[in-house]
Design a protein around this ligand. Structure first.
Ligand SMILES: CC(C)(COP(=O)(O)OP(=O)(O)OC[C@H]1O[C@@H](n2cnc3c(N)ncnc32)[C@H](O)[C@@H]1OP(=O)(O)O)[C@@H](O)C(=O)NCCC(=O)NCCS
Length: 192
């Protein structure tokens, strides 16, 4: 499956609690909710590598093969621990920049959960490692994701064509980057 050594998670994860969310490693018991929420073209079409349709074997492969190679958290609602989606930091190759990716199941869109999760994961990433930047990208038309990244402080760095696995065609992607220095300025008490 891997050319050389399997990739390792860029950061050792730990549970994160925010005002409304619990972020913890995805586990086998999440599989039914994972399948139910991920099997949605509106989710898969915005992501580089999510299979569509998405079945139990995809959830099993995610838990067995992907989770150990990335820094992934399941996004859970604090009130009842409901599994709502996934957020993670990963590297495409060992020397590649650390990248942020995330998705939420459709019932949970529009409540600010992605921004809350992403802000906490970025804070975790910068405080628990010495990475100097995090990158991310979103496809044309995914203005909600662009807005999430903007709210956290990401800045546009460029655009490039991107092959969408689900749509089976090229789409344009906007590339974004958040430098540690900018994040530290934004997170400083004077900036609040
Ligand atoms: C993108 C996604 C994560 C957003 O999650 P969310 O929890 O709804 O996001 P939030 O509520 O935190 O923030 C969304 C922001 O985008 C805005 N927004 C929503 N739809 C929008 C649209 N069509 N155009 C412009 N802005 C939009 C919201 O108003 C909000 O901004 P505001 O707080 O300034 O009002 C979610 O829709 C999703 O999982 N989509 C499918 C997978 C995906 O796209 N993953 C990201 C890949 S880059």
């Amino acid at each position: 499956m891997y050319n050389d050594q399997p990739p390792t998670p860029p950061i050792d994860i730990a549970p994160i609690a925010t005002q409304r969310l619990h972020l913890r490693a995805p586990v086998r018991d999440d599989a039914p909710a994972l399948v139910q929420l991920a099997n949605d073209k509106g989710v898969a079409s915005q992501l580089a590598s999510m299979p569509h349709p998405y079945g139990p074997e995809d959830a099993a492969a995610f838990l067995k093969d992907i989770v150990p190679t990335q820094s992934n958290w399941a996004i859970r609602r604090a009130t009842d621990d409901a599994f709502m989606g996934v957020i993670g930091l990963f590297q495409r190759t060992p020397d590649a920049p650390v990248e942020l990716g995330y998705w939420l199941g459709r019932p949970y869109w529009g409540a600010g959960f992605a921004t809350e999760a992403a802000r906490s994961v970025i804070a975790f990433g910068f405080s628990m490692s010495d990475i100097d930047a995090v990158i991310a990208g979103y496809m044309d038309g995914n203005n909600a994701s662009g807005r999430v990244l903007e709210k956290i402080g990401f800045l546009k760095t460029g655009r490039n064509p991107f092959k969408s696995r689900t749509l089976a065609r090229q789409v344009m992607q906007t590339n974004m980057r958040l430098d540690r220095s900018r994040w530290e300025t934004m997170a400083s008490p004077e900036a609040q």
